[in-house]
Design a protein around this ligand. Sequence first.
Ligand SMILES: NC(=O)c1ccc[n+]([C@@H]2O[C@H](COP(=O)([O-])OP(=O)(O)OC[C@H]3O[C@@H](n4cnc5c(N)ncnc54)[C@H](OP(=O)(O)O)[C@@H]3O)[C@@H](O)[C@H]2O)c1
Length: 271
Amino acid sequence: MSKIVFIGGGNMASCLIGGMIANGTPSQQILVSEPGEEARQKLSDLHGVDTTADNQAAAGQADLLVLAVKPQIMGAVVKDLAPALSHKPAVISIAAGIPLSALENWLGTDIALVRAMPNTPALVMSGATGLFANSLLTEQQKQIVEQLFQAVGIACWVEREELIDAVIAVSGSGPAYFFLVLEAMQKIGQELGLPQDTAEQLSLHTALGASKMAIDSQASAAQLRQQVTSPGGTTQAAIGRFEQQGLEDIFRQAMTSAVARADEMSKDFSS
Ligand SMILES: NC(=O)c1ccc[n+]([C@@H]2O[C@H](COP(=O)([O-])OP(=O)(O)OC[C@H]3O[C@@H](n4cnc5c(N)ncnc54)[C@H](OP(=O)(O)O)[C@@H]3O)[C@@H](O)[C@H]2O)c1
C-alpha cells in the first residue's frame, strides 16, 4: 500500500484527498504536513487522515509526495525537504509556474517527478488536469498519479513540458473565461429586461446544458454550433456579430498572453 504524503494541506490538497477517499483510497494511506493547527484539525475531522507539522518526517514516509504549497514558497519548502528524500519517492508538484528543471535543481535529477496543472473546478469534483512526467516515473506510479487526479475530474498527459503552458491557457485559466462570459450574459440579460435572478439562472443552466451536450455528443463543438444555428435565425444573428468582431482572434490573443505569463512565472519562481 503506497503512502501518499501531502506537503501543504490547503484547498487543493483537501480537494484531492476528498476525491481519493471517495474513490476508495483508505484514509490511513494519506498523511498531510501542514503548519496551521486549525487546518490540520479540519483535515483530520473532514477526511480522517493523519496530519503533522513536520515536513521532513512526513516526506521521509512518502512513496508518493504531493507538493501542494504556493509557488512563491515552493523553492524554500523543497530545498528543506531534499535531505528526507534519499529513498526517492515519486514527487508531484501541483504549483503553477514551477518547471521540472527547478525541482531537479532542488532535488537532483535521479528522482521521478510529475508536474500537474489542476484547475479550480477540481474543488467541485469537475476538474481538468494536465500532467507531464520526467522519464523516471514508472508505469505503476503513473497509474497512481492518474487515479489521484481522476478522483477530482479528468486528467490528460502531455508529451512535452512546454505544453503545460498550453494547459494553463486552456484549462488552468479557462474557468475564468467562462465566468467572464457568464458575467456579460447576465449583465446584458438584465439590460434586456430580465430580473437578475432569472438572468443568472438562465445563463448558468445554459452553460451547464451546453457543456453536458458537448461532453455527451460525438459531434464536435463546431458541429453542435452549426446544428443550433438556423440560417436567418436569432442565433445566426448573434454568432455573425461575434465573428465580425473577431472573437476567435480575441481568444487567441488572450490565451497567448496566458502562455507568455506562465513562461515569465517559471523564470520568477525557479531560483
Ligand atoms: N486552488 C486551485 O484551484 C489551484 C489550481 C491549480 C493549482 N493550484 C496550486 O496548488 C497549490 C496549492 O494551492 P491552494 O489553493 O491549495 O493554496 P492554499 O489553500 O493556500 O494551500 C497551501 C497550504 O500550504 C500551507 N503551507 C504554507 N507554508 C507551508 C510549509 N512550509 N510547509 C507545508 N505547508 C505549508 C499553507 O498553510 P498557511 O495557510 O498556514 O500558510 C496552506 O494551508 C499552489 O501551488 C497552487 O498554484 C491550485
